[in-house]
Design a binder for this molecule. Structure first.
Ligand code: HEC
Length: 89
C-alpha cells in the first residue's frame, strides 16, 4: 500500500519501523538484508521460521527477539502502530 494511503496509525508505525527495524529489514522487497525482506509479510502462509505471521507471533519475535534478531523495546502503543504498519506491506 503506498504511503499516501496509510492511516495516521500506520504512518506512525512506519516511523517506528524506520527507527527500529529498517537497518536489518527491507520493507518493500523480499530480498534479505541482515534479516529476511518483509514485503507482504502478513499475507504469507508462513514466515521463514515456519510460523504463521499472526500478531501474536510477530509481537513475540519483536519484543523478545528470535535467533540472530535482537529484542526490541517498544511501548504498547508503538507495538500496535508497528503491527498496523506491517499489515500494509
Ligand atoms: C540487528 C538486526 C535486526 C533488527 C534490528 C530487527 N531484525 Fe528482524 N530479524 C533479523 C534476523 C537476523 C532475522 C532472522 C533470525 C534467524 O532466523 O535467526 C530476523 C527475523 C525477523 C522476522 C521473521 C520471524 C520468523 O518467524 O521467521 C520478522 C517478522 C522480523 N525479523 C521482523 C522485525 C521487526 C518488525 C523489527 C523491528 C522491531 C526487526 N525485525 C528488527 C534481524 C533484525
Amino acid at each position: 500500500m503506498p504511503p499516501s494511503q496509510w492511516t495516521p496509525q500506520e504512518a506512525r508505525g512506519a516511523a517506528v519501523f524506520r527507527e527500529h527495524c529498517a537497518r536489518c529489514h527491507h520493507a518493500t522487497s523480499t530480498r534479505a538484508l541482515h534479516g529476511p525482506g518483509l514485503q507482504a509479510l502478513t499475507k504469507l502462509k508462513a514466515m521463514p521460521s515456519g510460523a504463521p505471521p499472526t500478531n501474536g507471533r510477530l509481537t513475540d519475535v519483536i519484543l523478545h527477539g528470535y535467533g540472530l534478531m535482537p529484542a526490541t523495546n517498544l511501548t504498547n502503543r508503538q507495538l500496535r502502530e508497528l503491527l498496523a504498519y506491517l499489515h500494509t506491506l
